[in-house]
Design a protein around this ligand. Structure first.
Ligand SMILES: CC(C)(COP(=O)(O)OP(=O)(O)OC[C@H]1O[C@@H](n2cnc3c(N)ncnc32)[C@H](O)[C@@H]1OP(=O)(O)O)[C@@H](O)C(=O)NCCC(=O)NCCS
Length: 168
């Protein structure tokens, strides 16, 4: 199993994933549901790649790197790292977001993918802890976080706030 940063060679598999990922599932948002392959190649993929080193973006935009989890030649999930916190991220979505392909859920990919993503985040994130947020009814995702050392540190009406030590 490996994590590969978004790249032009994997365009077809990345497009298939992105175009079928729901617009909003448990708070993980995707504005590109249903996007055509041509549009993915021309607009979406260059945009997502550029997020790692944003140019002409508003001040609030934090660099974000997209990764895909691959197992035996199949793309099975997506993991995103936001490089540092802002007040909005601290009290909101935190550093990492992820999803696993519907047909591949419940096979351990979420857990292993987050483990590999935290290893990448250790090299990027300056804060002492990696911040995550999960809907209270999203038991699978909470387990994924807890199996990676995540501890619940607070909550609001609909979410738990979870942190994982950042071993830099
Ligand atoms: C959340 C998500 C990433 C989990 O990925 P996954 O590959 O299914 O997770 P795993 O297979 O590693 O399972 C992790 C744990 O959750 C449990 N689990 C999986 N699906 C479950 C379900 N529907 N209900 C309850 N528990 C579930 C597993 O049994 C496992 O626990 P265990 O080790 O005690 O058996 C995946 O369901 C998903 O993509 N959901 C939609 C997007 C999303 O919610 N993203 C996270 C936003 S915070």
């Amino acid at each position: 199993m490996e994590l590969r940063k978004i790249n032009t060679e994997d365009a077809k598999a990345q497009w298939e994933y992105t175009t079928t990922l729901p617009t909003d599932e448990n708070g993980l948002t995707n504005p590109y549901n249903g996007v055509s392959y041509d549009e993915y190649i021309e607009k979406v993929m260059p945009t997502l790649i550029s997020y790692e080193h944003p140019v002409n973006m508003p001040d609030w935009f934090v660099p974000e790197t997209y990764y895909y989890l691959w197992d035996e030649g199949r793309l099975v999930g997506e993991f995103r790292i936001r490089h540092h916190l802002t007040d909005a991220l601290r009290n909101g979505a935190g550093h990492i977001g992820y999803s696993i392909k519907r047909a591949e859920r419940g096979k351990g990919y979420g857990t292993e993918g987050l483990r590999l993503t935290v290893r990448e985040a250790n090299k990027i994130v300056p804060e002492e802890e990696i911040y995550l947020r999960v809907n209270k009814d999203n038991i699978a995702s909470l387990k994924v976080m807890q199996k990676n050392g995540g501890k619940i540190v607070g909550d609001d009406e609909g979410h738990f706030f979870v942190r994982i030590p950042n071993h830099k």
